[in-house]
Design a protein around this ligand. Structure first.
Ligand SMILES: Cc1ncc(COP(=O)(O)O)c(C=O)c1O
Length: 274
């Protein structure tokens, strides 16, 4: 793993960092292949939106993160996991101090593989108080994930107020009565989700981005999750119900479309000398 803290090589942050102490910060996870980074602009735009929701001023960090990413992908090779973190900086106590925010950008080899289909449970209650921001406060997501693991599953689908929202680290798609349902309310606006929905519409699929009641989730013919590092992954089971997994027609079509379309969203990033 290689990392930059406020643009300088380092692998540690001060113990008073509020990201460490309170989860008081936001982050992005990006995928790179060599120097080619997927959807960097979309990730930086979402970082800015997440920061705004927490009242953190991203300021110089957006340009800084772009430069850091270029530097790290130049030093990395192969398929790379990039993490861009912005914390509110140092401080003790809940009241935010007037400290400068801090940026951490790290790169590590991406873990290969993962199951081609996932089993999931439903978990009630949204673990994030700010679900539309990608915040560092992830303990609730971890608890849902632990429940899934204890039940012999891989993921948890978050259900809240009778509506299926998203997974602990992925967005949710479900095929109900032939329509690809893609809830977004009180969920993270996933970059992979956006790319996949564009491809789905282009291929003629009917897409509905409205709410997905739990009753519809439970009668879906296919359920699929999307995320940067996992891509498009169909579910092979949800609670006690077996699902199509990689045999589902919509899942297969989306997997193929995403595999074919991904290259269009990868762009080379180079260090500038200015
Ligand atoms: C809660 C949550 N929803 C959705 C996603 C998917 O977002 P993206 O496709 O941008 O990785 C993630 C990614 O980690 C996530 O943590």
């Amino acid at each position: 793993m290689i990392a930059l803290v406020d643009g300088a090589p380092a692998t540690e942050v001060p113990v008073a960092d509020r990201g460490f102490g309170y989860g008081d910060g936001v982050f992005e996870v990006l995928l790179a292949e060599g120097r080619r980074v997927r959807a960097l602009d979309m990730h930086l735009a979402r970082l800015a939106r997440s920061a705004a929701l927490l009242g953190i001023e991203p300021g110089r960090h957006l340009a800084g993160a772009r430069a850091d990413v270029a530097r790290l992908v130049g030093a990395a090779s192969g398929r790379t996991y990039l993490r861009v973190v912005l914390t509110r900086g140092d401080g003790l106590g809940l009241d935010p101090p007037p400290a400068p925010s801090r940026r951490v950008v790290l790169a590590a080899p991406a873990v290969a593989g993962g199951p081609s289909a996932l089993r999931a449970i439903t978990a009630h209650g949204h673990p994030s108080p700010v679900p539309t921001a990608k915040t560092l406060s992830r303990a609730g997501h971890v608890v849902h994930r632990l429940r899934a693991r204890a039940a012999g599953a891989d993921e948890a689908i978050i259900v809240e107020d009778g509506l299926a929202r998203e997974a602990t680290a992925a967005n949710l798609l479900a095929v109900v009565d032939g329509v690809l349902r893609a809830p977004l309310d009180r969920a993270l606006a996933g970059i992979t989700r956006e790319i996949v929905l564009r491809l789905a519409r282009a291929s003629g699929m009917r897409v509905d981005e409205g709410d997905l009641p739990e009753v519809d989730l439970r009668r879906a013919s296919e359920v699929i999750v999307t995320s940067t590092m996992r891509g498009v992954v169909p579910l092979s089971g949800l609670d006690d119900r077996l699902l199509a997994g990689v045999e589902g027609a919509a899942g297969r079509a989306l997997l193929r479309a995403y595999a074919d379309g991904l290259a269009d969203h990868m762009a080379e990033v180079h260090e500038t000398t200015s």
